[in-house]
Design a protein around this ligand. Structure first.
Ligand code: MN
Length: 439
């Protein structure tokens, strides 16, 4: 955990909107994205968010020195992989020099920066990383227990849970950036009362509020990454929606794991908040209740136990078509903290490689649904509606058990700690579109 001058809460940017209290992107954050001005053509470029604007990093490469200039030149690309490939020394140099540039006092550097800004409101965003592999974990014991109880009321949590950071391999090619609509999937479903399955639009479409993380350093096939080194492979974090069709899932996942119930779409936020920016918000790993087994030695490191947790507040909102028409604000369905997750990010990464599986630059992993102990923090409709049995009342008089066409799901995330600047993740949002005809 390195706290340096880039985290100084007194640091201000000459971009005035970055200094507004509550701003997601103050100078202490500096998250990356892939963007293009909506009126422009050509390939997307890597930008850094500052206040209400994006700075085209490669356009100011000549203002940055040494390693930072080299790193900035790698941002003349439509994804972050080239920057990731340079390694942590270059990532740190770029962050440090961007911090200095965006707080510069001389008029010449200020005017160069101002020339290369694009308002966030005028930008189109792209998935910021070329993703080779996507792995989704199941790291909240509260989510695992809540969902397990629906199927096994007497034995909600299986024996392996406290030993194994459970996960499945997802699909990288259907990861979309925030703002892209998500089409309701078609699939085989079979309710208890149906004599045979039918192929039809999913009835029980749900979201899962998760924290995503991008791998920036590779590992060698056949060689496990030690737990003490695992966290250093993570470049940065995003908000992630693991869209889930519960009725497809219930029928297909007997006995194997998620497949068509989840691979039709995954939505990520446009901004990647770096591991460096999150350093002030590190906290202890989740405190296992008395009686829980200790992690096996290859998943246990003193430093990870002391500061492997992340206090990131995650919120889920819904905005239905009717609410949108009536001017009603998005309704908050849940708020929880990533600090409540049973496994640390380093434990997930170490476990992923513990059989020799390799990490690649650009791999995307996600935590699983970040539900906490309180119902207010349950991060899917499956949990909030108790398996679809109890409808949730929304402002404007509607109710929901699962998502309907026209509903927009919006995630927000932020970190706050006394003595540090508040930083945000921005939003991860998408509208549900009607299914294609079943044919
Ligand atoms: Mn999930």
């Amino acid at each position: 955990m390195i706290i340096d001058q880039t985290h100084d809460p007194a640091l201000k940017s000459f971009i005035a909107t970055a200094n507004v209290p509550g701003c997601a992107f103050p100078i202490q954050n500096l998250p990356y994205c892939a963007f293009r001005r909506r009126s422009a053509t050509g390939a997307p470029r890597i930008g850094v968010a500052i206040g209400d604007d994006l700075l085209d990093i490669a356009a100011v490469a000549d203002l940055l020195n040494g390693a930072a200039g080299h790193a900035a030149a790698a941002c003349a690309a439509p994804h972050l992989n080239d920057l990731m490939r340079l390694g942590p020394a270059y990532w740190a140099a770029l962050r440090s020099e961007l911090s200095q540039l965006l707080s510069a006092t001389d008029a010449e550097r200020r005017s160069r920066v101002e020339t290369d800004l694009t308002p966030i409101a005028a930008a189109e965003f792209f998935v910021p990383v070329q993703i080779g592999n996507f792995t989704d974990f199941f790291a909240s014991i509260f989510h695992a227990t809540n969902t397990g109880r629906l199927f096994r009321p007497d034995n909600p949590l299986l024996l392996n849970y406290k030993y194994v950071p459970v996960a499945y391999h997802g699909r990288a090619s259907s990861v979309q950036v925030s703002g892209a609509p998500v089409r309701r999937p078609l699939g085989q479903t079979k309710r208890a009362e149906d004599p045979a399955p039918v192929y039809r639009p999913a009835r029980s479409l749900d979201y899962e509020l998760e924290l995503g993380f991008y791998i920036g350093r590779p590992s060698t096939l056949g060689v496990p990454v030690p737990i003490a080194e695992a966290g250093a492979h993570v470049f940065g974090y995003c908000l992630l929606n693991d869209w889930s069709a519960r009725d497809i899932q219930a029928w297909e996942a007997q006995p194997l794991g998620p497949f068509l119930a989840k691979n039709f779409a995954t939505t990520v936020s446009p901004f990647v908040v770096t591991a460096a920016a999150l350093a002030p918000f590190r906290t202890a790993a989740f405190a296992r209740p008395a009686g829980d087994p200790a992690p096996l030695p290859h998943l246990l490191a003193p430093q990870d136990q002391a500061e492997g947790g992340l206090d990131i507040i995650l919120e889920a909102y819904i905005l239905t078509a009717k609410m949108r028409d009536e001017g009603i604000s998005p309704f908050r369905l849940s708020r929880g903290s990533f600090a409540q997750v049973y496994w640390t990010v380093a434990q997930m990464v170490a476990h992923h490689t513990s059989n020799g599986c390799n990490l690649e630059i650009g791999d995307l992993m996600a935590s699983g649904t970040v539900s906490g102990p309180e119902p207010e923090s349950w991060a899917s409709l499956l949990e909030l509606s108790r398996g679809g049995r109890e409808p949730i009342a929304l402002p404007g008089g509607e109710t929901r058990r699962f998502l309907e066409d026209g509903d927009e799901v919006i995630f927000r995330g932020y970190c706050e700690r006394a003595g540090f600047a508040r930083i945000g993740f921005g939003e991860c949002r998408a509208v549900v579109e009607p299914a294609m005809k079943a044919g």
